[in-house]
Design a protein around this ligand. Sequence first.
Ligand code: F6P
Length: 359
Amino acid sequence: MRVGVSTGGGDAPGLNAAIRGVVLSALHRDWEVLGIRRGFASLLDGPEPTLFTRADVRGIAHLGGTILGTTNRGNPFRWAETDARGSTAEVDRSDEVIEKCRKLGMDVLILVGGDGTLRIGLDLSRKGLHVVGIPKTIDNDLNGTAASFGFDTAVSIASEAIDRLHSTAESHERVMVVEVMGRNAGWIALHAGLAGGADVILIPEIPFDLESVGQKIQRREREGRRFSIVVVAEGALPRGGSAVIREAAGAGTVERLGGIAEPVARAIAERTGKETRTLTLGHLQRGGGPTTFDRLLALRLGAAAVRAVADGHLETMVSFGTGGISTVPLSQAVTGLRLVRPDSDTVTTARELGISMGD
Ligand code: F6P
């Protein structure tokens, strides 16, 4: 048996642990593992995938990034190609990927990715390639699994940042607006804001009203709490408005969100007269090593993916739930996004703790 392993989309802490899980459990079965570098790029334009040995994955479980490299511009169905005149257009190179995998003698491709990468996996599987997915995303927005590795680390980093902002916000009696990642899901903002003791949390699932945000800050002021921390998800949007797009999708590229902290801070300053400052945590949330939770989850999911191949559970994604690790159809994982439910216990808890959700 020969399996390939590839990491795609934005990186997330735990990728190396997942690779180690895949490689060691495959070698344990005397299988071969091909390491595919730079997402799908190496299947199209090189470098040639190479066979992994135990030594390749030694001492990497705690390291950030991915030893395979990754890209969120690597969709073979929408490959960006620039012609001699310098204009870029999308071409479909998926048949080349299928042909390359066949030539490499790859029985199954194990894809570590979020919804974008796993959707590519599903489309490739519909063209005849066997695929097993491993859920990875700091955004926590994949369906079919209760957890994806990367999220716990991102939340830990963001809540530590919020903890640290409290003292400087209080010293200067300022409003600090912290923007966190998460695309169109508010998981990071909600969990980090709640854990870090934010006063206002704005998430895409609950469109906000700046009047209500201003009133919350003024209420705190009257109670003698002369500083406030506002956590805003990059995809958060005002009631009746839309999210701030940093960069529109182009040929072979996906839309980038970001920049909501500034208009929110300006509006708060106008309504409350308070001095405001913004902080965008950005890629810090994806940098460095994984938490122990993410490391362990990634190792388990990596090994489970190989087990799924051994058991013939193909065209699936390995999934984490209360009963342990199982598999779900790949199609289920990429149908829609898992978003925060406004009536969930976590949102209710935030409200009961006096946190404003901006509505
Ligand atoms: O999907 C992970 C993620 O970090 C999102 O939270 C964020 O919107 C996006 O990727 C950023 O992408 P890039 O690495 O291209 O800036």
